[in-house]
Design a binder for this molecule. Structure first.
Ligand SMILES: N[C@@H](CCC(=O)O)C(=O)O
Length: 221
């Protein structure tokens, strides 16, 4: 199974995400943001964390208009899988592939620490965990405060599209939301970094099951 990791100027978790995909058994191509097509046969697109274009304008806003984004949208429209982590989640909301926006943290400070999460909605990204189980993953962001209007939040919950919720909300996110799924459950955006908690050397491997299950599910599909 094949994954592509998109690289923007300012991405700083692209290699980490590629390592997590490779360790789970996926073949990975790195794709520069100025490309206009994904490599043939890509099943999964990873949009990594970082500070694309220096977080200028709004986090993810410039990246969301990069040349490669047309191909990422076409991939998602065809039912392809997309995982956006942290800045990747910000890019996905800016493209409109996921609803809502990531605002400045409620405390107006950059937060870098491990947080508790409850795993909720079913998807290839979450089914490696027992539904309702609690895990711990690192966060590192200044704009992680998830916002959407009440109707959108109600729809996300009614459609069971909240993938991860903070157990102790660190940033003011509406309804403790840490990660959401698209309507077809194949696009996931999440602020915590599972790729930073996926090897023994990380001291926390709670993220590894996300990648392991994702690779197994894609291989079986
Ligand atoms: N642009 C992100 C950077 C976090 C990341 O992707 O690791 C922020 O809100 O700070």
């Amino acid at each position: 199974m094949k994954a592509a990791v998109i690289v923007f100027p300012g991405s700083n978790c692209d290699r980490d995400l590629a390592c997590a995909f490779r360790n789970a058994g996926l073949q990975v191509d790195m794709v520069w943001h100025k490309d206009t097509a994904l490599p043939a046969g890509v099943d999964l697109v990873g949009i990594p964390g970082g500070f694309s274009f220096g977080d200028y304008l709004r986090c993810g806003a410039i990246a969301a208009n990069a040349p490669i984004i047309g191909a990422v949208k076409a991939h998602a429209d065809r039912g392809g899988y997309v995982l956006g982590v942290c800045n990747g989640f910000q890019v996905l909301t800016e493209t409109g592939l996921l609803p809502g926006a990531l605002l400045r943290n409620a405390g107006l400070k950059y937060i870098c620490r491990t947080v508790g999460l409850r795993v909720e909605a079913p998807s290839v990204f979450t089914e490696g965990y027992e539904a309702g189980s609690e895990i711990a993953l690192p966060i590192a962001h200044h704009d992680g405060n998830y916002y959407a209007d009440t109707a959108t939040l109600d729809a996300l919950e009614a459609e069971d599209r909240v993938a991860f919720r903070y157990t102790d909300n660190p940033n003011g996110s509406a309804r403790d939301i840490a990660g959401i799924l698209s309507g077809n459950r194949r696009v996931l955006g999440m602020m915590p970094h599972p790729e930073r908690a996926s090897e023994a050397a990380h001291g926390n491997q709670d993220g590894a099951r996300l990648f392991a299950h994702l690779a197994t599910a894609l291989t079986a599909a």
